[in-house]
Write a protein of this length. Sequence first.
Length: 404
Amino acid sequence: MNMIPYGRQSISPADIDAVSECLWSGWLTTGPAVQEFEEAFARRVGAKHAVAVCNATAALHLAMLAAEIGPGDRVITSPNTFLSSANCAAFVGATPDFADIDPVSYTLCPKSLEASWQDDVKAVVAVDYAGQTADMPAIADVVRRRGAVVIEDACHATGGRFEHNGKTYSVGGHPWADMTVFSFHPVKTMTTGEGGMLVTDNDVYANRARSLRSHGMTRDPQSFSGLGDDGPEERGPWYYEMHDLGFNYRITDLQCAIGLSQLTRLDEFTEKRRRLVKQYNDGLADVPAIETPRLRNSNDADLTSWHLYTVQIDFESLGVSRTELMRSLADAGIGSQVLYIPVHLQPWYRRQYGYTTGKCPAAEALYTRSLSLPLFPELAESEQDHIIDTTLQLCTPPRTAAHR
Ligand SMILES: *Cc1c(COP(=O)(O)O)cnc(C)c1O
């Protein structure tokens, strides 16, 4: 039996044509497709600048550098996320720290953020868990009143929108994040194989990120400092200057060609994901042991770009462990995943910063109960029916002594 994975890309003949066209064009690394993809993405989300990079981890690192976060600074994020949202702070010598999640949306809780604040906090990385956006207006209010920078980790939310005070905003194109980061890893809502994007309306952040993406070097005569030689007559066509310590975080034309093609199907992907989520919610609604995902704002039901379908399961009442349940699902050909282990409880974080259990009780409680079921655009109705039926069967408690 084929295993249904928890997430999977959707590749079309047009994606494949785009790659072969790119190969024939002769451009493999940074060529015209990179800029075209950046412009199309910026237009799509409604941002002034988009900087495409090799993955979202690199984009988060560049966001830290662009905001000049460094040693002595603290960066708060949500523990319910992938490692990169916190690691990026450590990359630049800052201290990654954590505030707890809101138990409804599983995203960074503005009240907990406020309570965790310390004078050295210089940036906050808010994560749009499963595709539901963090409460960005409330978070930006807490962060900006204290002069810090708001970075939105929207790796789960490419293509998403949300409502605030009767108006609709696009992830990456609203006023409550200074920089927003997207991932195009294959399980995410659109893919370039590996890939990431940093978007911002801030010219300085965009220029820094663009420069640091490629070794901090420039070939633009306008920006030459003159510190590297004896004058303009020395600067032939070979000439370039390195102004900052950067990296090779470039993305290839091949990847951007896939990205341009995938972008044309992003609405189709998100609509399908929303339909699947609604069907899951309906199918699993009446099971006491299962808590289906909830939206902080019910108006976002038609706007959210779901990346994950994460339920909470009361394993105790069922008398089975999560491992046993995952094994039973796997026996029925159904992949499932646990997203995420709270980052502050990772061995490196415990060792490096002394973080322990109890630091973020809501995130830790979610972790003991969470399970993500398969969600991707090509999940067939029959496959989803099979997943719902199997889950219902496994999550209905055995008849107990109470019945005798
Ligand atoms: C996937 C993911 C990342 C990292 O993205 P890469 O492109 O794999 O580097 C960061 N944050 C979150 C929340 C993610 O889901």
